[in-house]
Every structure is written in C-alpha cells, then in structure tokens.
Design a protein around this ligand. Sequence first.
Ligand SMILES: [Zn+2]
Ligand SMILES: [Zn+2]
Length: 342
Amino acid sequence: MIPQTAMQVLDQYFPALAPHLQTMNATEAQNSLYGAMDLDHLNWLEKSWANYYIWVGNPIIATGLLSFLIHEVVYFGRCIPWLIIDAIPYFRKWKIQQDKQVSNEQIWACTKDVLLTHFTCEFPLIYLFHPICCYFGMSTFEVPFTPIPIMLAQIAFFFVFEDTFHYWAHRALHWGPLYKHIHKKHHTYSAPIGLAAEYAHPLEVLILAQGTISGPFLYCLFRKDLHILTVYLWVTLRLFQAVDAHSGYDFPWSLRHFLPFWAGADHHDFHHASFLDCYSTSFRWWDHMLGTDQRYKRARARAAAAKGEERARIEKQELEQAEKDGLKAERELLRGQGVKVE
Ligand SMILES: [Zn+2]
Ligand SMILES: [Zn+2]
C-alpha cells in the first residue's frame, strides 16, 4: 500500500513510526484480521468493508485514511450545492440576510483556510485515530456491522451529547479572552455561507470536535457494541447539520419547519448576525431553557405578527437592530480585552 521509497524515508527519519505503518499482503491481512471467518456470507457493504481493510493491509492506515477522506468528501460535497444555490437568483427570496453577498475572493480565501486547517490539524491525527478507537473498544475492521435500530439509537445519543457540549463550549468561547484569541475568527462572517462552518481558529476546531467525537468514545466506556461505520454516519449527519446551519438560507422545506426543536440556519444565522443569541448547534432546547434566545424570539415574533409587505420590512428592521446591538456588544468585549476598535 505504502510505496517502497516512502517506507525507506519513514525508516530513516521516523524509525519509531515505521513499524506501525508496515503493510501486510492480502493473505496475511485476511488471516490476521478475519482468521477463518467466512466473508462470503456477509452482505455487499460488509464484504466491501472487509476487502478494503484486506487491500490496505494495515488497519491504522485504513481507518485513518477513510476517516480523513470521509470528512473532506462530505464537508466539501455538502458545501458545493450551497455555492450553486447562492449563484442562482431564484433562491434569493429565501436568503435570511438578503442584502449580504459573499464575493468569489472571500469564498476562495475561506476554502484555502479550511483546507489548511484540515491538513495541518486533522491529517496528523489520522495516525492516532485507529489506536484510540481500539483503546476504547470501538470496532473498526470488524464485520458484520451493528444492527440498524441500535445504530439509530447511538446516533440519537451522539446528537444530544454534541448539542449539549457545543452549547456550553460555545458560550465559553464568547468569554472575553477566549473570544479575542480564538472564536473571533469564526465571527468574521456576520452572514455566513456553508463553507464557513469550519472557518475557525485551529484551537476552536479541536475544542468543538470533542463534542462530535467524545460522544462515541464515552458511549464505548459503557457499551462495547459501537462500530466505526456508525461513527462515520454520525459525523456525516453532523457535517450536514453544520454546513446547512451556515448556509444562510431558510426554505419552507427546511427541517426546522417539521421538527420545531431543530435549530437550522434560521437559528445559527441569527447568532452570526446578533453575536449574542443562539449558541446551540442542532437543537433549540438549551437556548430556550436558559433564555439565551430572547432577542431571536422577539425578532421572529414581531415579524410573524406583521402582515404582507409589512412583514419583510419588520424582518429587515429586526435584523438590522440585532446586528447593531451585536456589533456594539462585540466592540465592548474587545475593548475590555485591550483591543483598539474604531
Ligand atoms: Zn459564536
Ligand atoms: Zn457559526
């Protein structure tokens, strides 16, 4: 799997690392990973899964590579439809902050920054991911997979855990010193785009990623029936949620209209505009219980009470007011941290 010359370089410069990255041939890999197991009785996906691990010949590389690729493909794959929607005027009527438009230069700068963070912060973690999964007792190369009803229950738990973690970590990131040094970067866009979901300081990416990945590891401490495929499905849904929440669009068919506790872009867009309200990711309940969505609710209630053309005017007025208050609050916070703001 790893070319001979690359192995020679590893041997010479990283002698401690090299033995862990040696690959087995197909027969050795099959015997070592699956022993006498009859793989022909598995379903297509499980068979392909086993064949992938046999083909790579080293579970550390196989898990690490797959984890990185899934993140990149899902993240950028989900961003592309939003870029297309942004370029089609027909969809503009559903854009939450109608007057804001992101330039091609900003899109390109955002893409480069996100890629740089992924390659510098996340790529090295590939090497550690498989051993950490094994340490916590998560299945990786093993087949068959977990039954679907159990998978769904596990994913539901990860959603609730992440939302709680994110709410509190996000509130902490709005504390003066953490905001000034870490979270400020993510607030560059007061009207975000899908690509900006992970446009953040590397430390913020690492802190908030704990909410996504600690749920599965915590689960493994209590039960030993978690397969990494379930984690990949969970990460995929979480990335969809994060990108969509930053899309800037609220359609009549957006999930929040069917699931009243789902936050969606409507909720998180307001956080970027107002700076002060709506700290959750997936659900609305933490902000509702702790009253950190008062401005948001007031703005939406005023708009909902207005009729026809008046509604659009009130919506705009509320958004402008929220943005003005937010800008003032952000400036005060930064001034308190000794930052010179005009
Ligand atoms: Zn924030
Ligand atoms: Zn955001």
